[in-house]
Design a protein around this ligand. Structure first.
Ligand SMILES: *Cc1c(COP(=O)(O)O)cnc(C)c1O
Length: 495
């Protein structure tokens, strides 16, 4: 059955999957959502025999119904290849009573690669299908990891250009270095004086700037998004939850009919929403554990039903989760309002106006699949050290937030179900915070010495993504105020 997409805020004008991917964000500022979640109508025991690429095809063809099987196969082949340093693509590591689903074996060693290595191919295929002959300009706001993963995905992809805005003082030194050394004539990286929410809000404003859109169209450009607001980011993320479940089944870690829990370190709510979609497709997931860092808006929301961004923005050691406006939550809100676009639009208007909204009692009851908690800076560091000392496994700061929250969940519930923790970044990407957590003495070392020391104590080879930036020249040094973002984009496009 065909899956059509409409805006969370719109009056039900449907578009195809490929059109939704091309546009990124709906014209009314809403997010594209599927009219129904397709069911995973294939036995899990069948899926358990498949490779990552094969599972990807099964999941993606159920959502992206206007793509042919050949088109999807082609995109999958181009994305999930030797760019990943493990044949499995997403290995599952058992440590300290949980399964860590390592999603960081792609080109930029963060889980964003899982979707951003395929999005450019989905997008250029979508452009061909819809006879879009304008050059696609990808505008992206990043809290650190999306930017590099999107740059790596779109660099030198014909018919596209990419502009990335990142908070100048809000990303890790390795993250910044990864971005500013990006090659590719179609890439443009800009630091802004502001935080991630400023960057994301600025980008959203550019997307809904009608005047700019007209001017661009005249000059042969159109915007799209590589942020997780693009449905083309979300769908590929469903795949690894299905894959992980099937792997546990295959290895007889779980029995048929048994359910698992999933723990996700959460920022923009994209990754955990993908897990929720996987559950809605029929994958046996019991609890979706939403883990926040000290920016615990989601924890407060799941507890009280009030989403309130009016609070101090805290810079933490898990910068990719330093977010107060979790964009993808809008897709869940739409669902719990009974697909009520008018109500969703009202709540989002309250969010941008007063910085907060409250859902009804009945709506809140529909969030019972989720459990929320958070880990502060000390708890995050303690968790990295605890896991390392117990078994020698080194996890990054984001994964540590999830791991610490899982421990809280377990203490609170005693729930012994097999649990998969989404491991979203390589510890090498956040080497200083990770090493400091293990032993304060490491803080005296410089960034790349720390990398070598991490490699030694974890007994893991330094990833290629890190080796590359040791000596790479800086190619981007633009910095701007948040009010200047429009002018900067126009300048880059020469309009
Ligand atoms: C982006 C990111 C997250 C948060 O994922 P969302 O989909 O935004 O919730 C967590 N950890 C890492 C390492 C990330 O890059």
């Amino acid at each position: 059955m065909e899956v059509k997409y409409s805006s969370t805020r719109g009056a039900g004008a449907f578009v195809t999957a490929s059109q939704a991917i091309l546009r990124g964000l709906a014209e009314d500022g809403g997010l594209y959502v599927p009219d129904h979640i397709p069911s995973l109508d294939i036995p899990l025991s069948e899926l358990a025999k498949m490779s990552y690429q094969e599972v990807a095809l099964e999941v993606m063809q159920r959502f992206l119904t206007d793509f042919t099987k050949e088109e999807l196969q082609n995109c999958i082949n181009k994305a999930y290849d030797s760019k990943f340093d493990t044949e499995e693509i997403a290995p599952l590591v058992s440590a300290e009573g949980a399964y860590y689903l390592e999603l960081f074996h792609g080109a930029t060693i963060a889980f964003k690669d899982m979707a951003l290595s395929i999005l450019p191919h989905l997008m250029t295929t979508a452009a061909r299908k819809n006879h879009e002959d304008k050059e696609i300009v990808i505008l992206t706001a990043t809290s650190g990891d999306t930017g590099k993963a999107a740059l790596a995905g779109f660099a030198d992809v014909e018919g596209t250009r990419i502009v990335v805005f990142y908070p100048k003082n809000g990303v890790s030194p390795i993250q910044e270095r990864q971005m500013v050394t990006q090659k590719g004539a179609n890439t443009f990286v800009v630091g802004i004086h502001g935080n991630f929410d400023d960057a994301q809000t600025g980008v959203k404003q550019l997307f809904s700037d009608k005047e700019l859109a007209d001017e661009m169209a005249e000059k042969g450009f159109c915007f799209s998004s590589a942020n997780s607001i693009n449905i083309g980011r979300l769908v590929p993320q469903i795949v690894y939850y299905v894959y992980a479940f099937c792997k546990l089944l295959k290895e007889e870690k779980i029995k048929e009919g048994e359910a698992i829990n999933v723990v996700v370190p959460t920022g923009n709510f994209g990754n955990i929403l993908a897990a929720f979609y996987a559950k809605t497709m029929g994958l046996p997931i019991e609890k979706l554990v939403c883990a926040s860092n000290s920016n615990k808006v989601l924890y407060d929301f799941l507890g009280s039903g009030v989403y309130d961004r009016n609070r101090e923005f805290i810079l933490t050691s898990s910068p990719s989760m330093d977010i107060l406006i979790s964009s993808n939550l809008e897709r869940l809100i739409y669902r719990i309002t009974g697909n009520d676009a008018a109500r969703t639009a009202d709540l989002m208007k309250a969010l941008s106006g007063q910085g907060k909204y409250e859902i009804s009692h009945d709506e809140k009851l529909l969030l019972s699949d989720f459990y929320g908690n958070y880990a502060d800076e000390q708890e995050t560091a303690d968790e990295i050290r605890r896991i390392y000392e117990a078994c020698g496994y080194v996890i990054d700061t984001h994964t540590a937030v999830a791991s610490a929250v899982y421990a809280k969940y377990f203490r609170a519930t005693g729930d012994r179900r097999p649990t998969v923790i989404a491991s979203t970044a390589s510890p090498f990407k956040f080497a200083r915070s990770v090493m400091k957590a293990i032993d304060a003495k490491y803080d005296a070392m410089d960034d790349f010495d720390l990398i070598d020391e991490l490699s030694r104590i974890a007994n893991v080879k330094v990833p290629k993504a890190i080796e590359e930036i040791r000596t790479a020249p800086v190619l981007h040094d633009h910095v701007c105020e948040k009010e200047e973002m429009k002018a900067v984009v126009k300048g880059f496009l020469g309009i």
